[in-house]
Each structure stands twice: as structure tokens, then as C-alpha cells.
Design a binder for this molecule. Structure first.
Ligand SMILES: [Mg+2]
Length: 417
């Protein structure tokens, strides 16, 4: 669906990496936190609002940030942890629409046009998402609502932090008119300077200027495109990112692993991690892929398609082990990874689960729906514990029965590197 009548919500977590650090370590709350590259040659990835008061900004050299804010808390990024929370937040978004287009770990477009009948209008959905993100993760997300992507994104930026800015239907052109022309996508410093020479400062100026004058300076195609954008004509759709349609991870081992037992142990941890991320994101997939890189850098991947979609650690682990049996396990391995993809479409996990129940009821076969529901409830409780105390604190009971859990490393809360 394109054009007027759509409802696009843009969401952007406030000072995401820095906020995660403050969330995980309460002693950092209210303090200037700067997440950045490990050396003085690195750059700032994120700065808390306390640090921004000192003039610290993203992409600034860390050395400059240290001069501006010598008492700041400088931390290395923990992308694994940011990824976990990002999955959880994006999973929450998918409760409202399958049309979620991630732009980065902390930013996404949602097309909620078809969700309005069920969940209320755009502003109500955005307000609910803001509340739920805060309640379920402790993070703050800013939102913009508009008929087109460009206006929704700008609305979010204008409202930060903790904003909710709504551009009413039919109001996009009026919303854009007073803003600097540099806000338009595709208008960088050079174009801005060119336009300024024509007396164009705001988006409204650009729209009012005769098209021939803009064409003479920028060429006919660009002039037409930019002026259309300035009038609020932005036909771009929200496209769910296919690359994001897999959940997995890989691990390079500190020392090469040799033998199936050692590898199986690594796969067990990875399967647990992948299952947890799938459940947090509300996804279930039917393709399990195992990737193994040997010490000599030869890469082997094996994949299998399951009968039905899953988010179950045990099934992911057993499938990965079956795949492991199909490769040479005797050679030293430097890297291994487990990925789940092939997610069920649209209706999501709930519909799939109901179908499964129905099929079983018809066939009169075990396991009964009640036990499947119990497994999922137990899993949800375990996930909460793992979120709170770290992923290695809990193991599903039947893995413990197999003696696998005893070999799990002693739990240590993952500290900042
Ligand atoms: Mg952000």
C-alpha cells in the first residue's frame, strides 16, 4: 500500500547503547555514559543524554569526547546484549504488524495501516508501543506517526527524547514546510549550499520556487524528485527486511575445538541463545543451518528443513547435532554457528500453534495441547530468568537429564569488557 491513507509509525530507541548500559548497571543512571571504540582512535557509538549536555555526540572521536567530558564513564560496546534487547523490542513491534522494517538495531518503520481496525489509530498504537517497551524492557523509545516514511522519521527526531509526534492525515506538506531543506533525504551539504544560493532555506521555499529554477541548478530529475518529497509525496513502502529474517549466531573459539563432544557443548549454548532470541522476537522458523569453519579456514554449512516451524531450544539443538554428525568432527574447529530461518508468515506463532493443536486433536495423538502449552509457559519463565540473571543460569530439564547441563559453564554475569 502506498500514498495517503497509510499509517506509518517510525520508532527509535533513545540513546540506545548508552541506555542499555544504564539499564544493566543502575550505578550508571544519571551519569554521563559514553559507549565507544576501544582505543583513543575510536569513535563514539552512543552518548547518554547526560553526556550530550557536555557536547558529546555520536561519531565524534573518543579522544574529543574525553576532553569534553573527562568525568564521563567510557565503555566498550556489547553488541550481543544490544542485539538481545533489540530482538525483544522488535518482537514487541511485531505484535502490531508483520510489516516491520528495521533500519538498525534501534530504529524501525512499521506500517500499521491494516492494524488500525484491531489496535486503534496510529497515535494510539504508538503510545501503546512506547508504554510496552518501557514496561517490558525499561528502555525509552521515541515515535513519529505520519502518512509517509519521511515525515514519520522527522517527527520522531523532533520529539526526542521520549517523544510522540503525530503528523495528522493530510498534514504532511504543512509539517515539512518550515523545516530546513537539509531534512529532505538526498539533500547533503553540497545540494544545500546550491539551494541556498537560490534563496531556498526551508522545504517550503523549495516547493514554492518555480521548478525550472530548481531544474537549472540540480537537473530535471532531481528537481522533480525533491520537490515531490517536499510536498510530502513519498511513495516508499515499509519493506520487512529479508536479511533480518534469520536468527542465529556464530562463535569463534578462543582455542580450536576438537571432537564431537566439545562441539556439541558449544552448539547446546548457541541453540539456547537462538531459541531465546526467536521467542523474544515472536518468530518460529523451519530451517536450521549449521556452519562450521575448520582451523584451516575451510567452511562447511549443512541445513535441514523441519516438518514445522519451531522456537524450541531442544529441537534446534538436536537438529544441529544431527547436522554435526554429517560433517567431519575430528578436525580442529575455529568457528561454529547455528541459525534458524524460514519463518512462518504473517499470522505468526499463535496461528501456527493453534493449527498444530487442531491437527493433533484430529489425529488424537500425543502430546496433548496442554503439555505443549505447559512447555511454552515453562520456556517463557526460563527466558525471564535468563534475561534477568544471564543465559547460562538455566537449562531445560530434559537437557539436564541427558547430562548436558552439568557441563554448562558456571554462571557468571557478563560484565563489560
Ligand atoms: Mg536511537
Amino acid at each position: 500500500m502506498t500514498g495517503p491513507g497509510r499509517t506509518i509509525v517510525h520508532l527509535d530507541l533513545d540513546a540506545f547503547y548508552a541506555s542499555v548500559e544504564q539499564l544493566d548497571d543502575p550505578s550508571l543512571r544519571g551519569r554521563p555514559v559514553i559507549v565507544g571504540g576501544p582505543s583513543n582512535r575510536g569513535v563514539v557509538c552512543a552518548a547518554s543524554y547526560e553526556a550530550r549536555r557536555f557536547g558529546v555526540r555520536s561519531a565524534m572521536p573518543t579522544s574529543q569526547a574525553r576532553r569534553l567530558c573527562p568525568d564521563g564513564v567510557f565503555l566498550h560496546p556489547r553488541f550481543g546484549r544490544y542485539g538481545e534487547l533489540s530482538d525483544r523490542v522488535f518482537g514487541l513491534y511485531r505484535r502490531y504488524t508483520p510489516l516491520v522494517e528495521p533500519l538498525s538495531l534501534d530504529e524501525a518503520f512499521l506500517d500499521v495501516t491494516a492494524s488500525r481496525a484491531l489496535h486503534g489509530d496510529g497515535p494510539s498504537i504508538a503510545a501503546r508501543i512506547k508504554r510496552e517497551v518501557r514496561a517490558e524492557t525499561g528502555l525509552v523509545v521515541s515515535a513519529g506517526v505520519a502518512e509517509v516514511k519521511l515525515a514519520a522519521k522527522i517527527a520522531t527526531d523532533l520529539g526526542k527524547p521520549d517523544g510522540l509526534v503525530v503528523v495528522p492525515p493530510g498534514g504532511v506538506a504543512a509539517f515539512l514546510a518550515p523545516l530546513p531543506v537539509g531534512r529532505l533525504w538526498g539533500v547533503g551539504g553540497v545540494t544545500e549550499a546550491t539551494l541556498r544560493r537560490l534563496g531556498v532555506v526551508t522545504i517550503g521555499d523549495l516547493v514554492r520556487l518555480p521548478e525550472t529554477a530548481v531544474s537549472a541548478a540540480l537537473g530535471a530529475d532531481r528537481a522533480r524528485g525533491l520537490r515531490a518529497l517536499g510536498r510530502g509525496e513519498d511513495e516508499r513502502e515499509v519493506v520487512p527486511d529479508e536479511a533480518a529474517r534469520s536468527v542465529g549466531g556464530e562463535e569463534t573459539f578462543e582455542t580450536d575445538l576438537v571432537g564431537e563432544t566439545a562441539l556439541a557443548r558449544a552448539l547446546l549454548l548457541q541453540a539456547g541463545r537462538v531459541g531465546r532470541r526467536l521467542r523474544a522476537a515472536g518468530l518460529r522458523g523451519r530451517i536450521v543451518t549449521l556452519k562450521v569453519k575448520y582451523a584451516d579456514f575451510t567452511l562447511v554449512t549443512r541445513r535441514v528443513t523441519l516438518e514445522g516451524p519451531t522456537d524450541d531450544d531442544r529441537l534446534i539443538y538436536r537438529t544441529a547435532r544431527d547436522l554435526l554428525a554429517r560433517i567431519e568432527a575430528g578436525r580442529p574447529v575455529r568457528l561454529a554457528g547455528v541459525t534458524v530461518s524460514g519463518f512462518e508468515e504473517e499470522d505468526g506463532a499463535e496461528a501456527g500453534q493453534l493449527d498444530l493443536f487442531a491437527a493433533r486433536a484430529e489425529a488424537g495423538s500425543a502430546p496433548a495441547p496442554a503439555s505443549e502449552a505447559r512447555r511454552r509457559a515453562l520456556q517463557a519463565a526460563l527466558d525471564k530468568l535468563a534475561d534477568k540473571y544471564g543465559e547460562r543460569t538455566v537449562a531445560p530439564a530434559d537437557l539436564a537429564d541427558q547430562g548436558e547441563a552439568e557441563r554448562w559453564p558456571v554462571h557468571r554475569r557478563r560484565d563489560r569488557e
